[in-house]
Write a protein that binds this ligand. Structure first.
Ligand SMILES: NC(=O)c1ccc[n+]([C@@H]2O[C@H](COP(=O)([O-])OP(=O)(O)OC[C@H]3O[C@@H](n4cnc5c(N)ncnc54)[C@H](OP(=O)(O)O)[C@@H]3O)[C@@H](O)[C@H]2O)c1
Length: 246
């Protein structure tokens, strides 16, 4: 292997990955940084920033943590403007942070067990937050003529295969898919692309220890969508870099 890195078309771009201190978000941030993209890793608080700095440092990857508690939806626009002022305009956004708190029983949780509180908290983090982040950052991307937005969704939100279990999470991901199509339509046909993806079943805090994939594999399709060329797709839903039904 040679030691010269050929700069990709994304060199000089700045990416924000939400929920990047662990799991799939961490792997996405790492892979984007390895492509010579400036990566801002959204983390919930100072403690997560410190542990993320240590974790990225340990693997020799240059990623800058930024505090972004996505559950604090009302504060997102000003927090994002502050981040852009302190760092750079965000060209690539990966809405990755999410929660799965359906219970009791987690994956088996029934609609009849779902509380309004679970639904509300899930909706805030998984839907209102990405919507607020897109509303704040997409206009700048459109004005600058370049943008990549990746919404990390799930086949759990796929209407084509909708079934029972963890209803608040499922509904939130269906809504995230709708948000993807609306934002893609509003962005138009230029070089601003908005897509959703499923990372597969991934061994993380959310996916659990039995999951079939490592975070590095789960990150591959989000990273592909985050670095699409000009002729790449927009307004789609992908798993393993292939379109899947909504
Ligand atoms: N794992 C799977 O099998 C699977 C399958 C389909 C889709 N997905 C999707 O993939 C994405 C990543 O999932 P994952 O498996 O990596 O989950 P995870 O291991 O539970 O990690 C979730 C990440 O989101 C962050 N987060 C949650 N609430 C936040 C908040 N209010 N502010 C800032 N960060 C917050 C967490 O930060 P803290 O450490 O501070 O909690 C953590 O970094 C999610 O969108 C998920 O729905 C995962």
């Amino acid at each position: 292997m040679g030691d010269t890195l050929v700069p990709g078309p994304q060199t000089n771009k700045t990416a924000l990955v939400t929920g990047a201190n662990r799991g799939i978000g961490f792997a996405i941030a790492r892979q984007l940084a390895e492509l010579e993209i400036t990566v801002l890793a959204g983390v919930r608080n100072d403690a997560s920033a410190a542990s993320a700095t240590a974790a990225f440092g340990k693997i020799g990857v240059n990623v800058q943590p930024v505090i972004l508690d996505v559950a604090n939806v009302a504060a997102l626009p000003s927090a994002l403007k502050d981040i852009e002022q302190r760092h750079a305009p965000i060209d690539i956004l990966v809405n990755n942070a999410a929660i799965l708190i359906d219970g009791p029983g987690g994956f088996d949780a029934s609609l009849f067990d779902m509380t309004d509180e679970t639904f509300r908290l899930t909706w805030e983090t998984n839907v209102l937050a990405p919507a607020a982040i897109i509303r704040t950052l997409l206009p700048g991307m459109i004005a600058r003529g370049y943008g990549r937005v990746v919404n990390v969704s799930s086949l759990a939100g796929q209407l084509a295969g909708m079934g029972s279990g963890f209803p608040a999470y499922r509904i939130s991901k269906t809504a995230l898919n709708a948000l993807t199509r609306i934002a893609a339509a509003e962005a138009g046909r230029g070089d601003v692309k908005v897509n959703a993806c499923s990372p597969g079943w991934v061994r993380t805090g959310m996916g659990g220890p039995e999951a079939s994939r490592l975070p590095e594999k789960g990150a591959e399709t989000p990273v592909w969508l985050a670095t699409l060329p000009l002729d790449g797709p927009t307004g789609g839903f992908f798993e393993d870099k292939k379109a899947v039904p909504w």
